[in-house]
Ligand binder design. Structure first.
Ligand SMILES: NC(=O)N[C@@H](O)C(=O)O
Ligand code: NI
Length: 163
């Protein structure tokens, strides 16, 4: 069995795949609303307008995966980015892969903290939501509209994430 180790989610390590949605990763910090609010500005672009797409805000309620987590497939969205921001205060797994000739290469597994979201760039291979510990809600910003915005690929052999 191919095994994957998890690594901490950092903006630098995740940069080839997208952005980490966290206050430390803001392009600019602005004090607004007469100083009562801090705006962590422009953390990640929302890339959803290809082929007439529009931005959607949804909530995904994920059932928890138990370790070892088995990764048998990946998916990507050729027409839009997709962002997940945890709402339930629990960690979760983020599994991504580089593209190799139109298929996902070896996956990379990150353990995301409860205060970290992710935004996958358009057409980046990723595993569907992997919640941990308990049922968890995520705010999701992604593309609505026509066109083929989901491509899936199975691995020849599964990968296993121990913990
Ligand atoms: N299908 C769906 O909207 N969810 C996936 O894209 C995912 O990344 O979880
Ligand atoms: Ni997705």
């Amino acid at each position: 069995m191919n095994t994957l180790d998890t690594r901490p989610l950092t903006a630098d390590a995740f940069r080839p795949f997208g952005e980490v949605v966290e206050t430390d990763n803001a392009s600019e910090i602005r004090l607004i609303n007469k100083g009562t609010t801090t705006r962590y500005h422009d953390i990640a672009p929302v890339d959803v307008t290809a082929e007439g797409g529009t931005a959607l805000i949804s909530i995904f309620r994920g059932k928890p995966f138990a370790f070892p987590v088995t990764i048998t497939m990946m998916e990507r969205h050729p027409l839009g980015s997709q962002a997940f921001v945890p709402l339930s205060g629990r960690p979760y797994l983020v599994v991504v892969a580089a593209d190799e000739g139109g298929r996902p290469g070896e996956p990379v597994a990150f353990l995301a903290r409860p205060d970290q979201g992710v935004s996958y760039h358009r057409n980046v291979w990723h595993h569907p939501l992997i919640s941990l510990e308990d049922v968890s809600d995520f705010l999701v910003v992604d593309r609505g509209g026509g066109g083929e915005n989901l491509q899936e690929a199975d691995f020849a052999a599964p990968f296993e994430i121990g913990r």
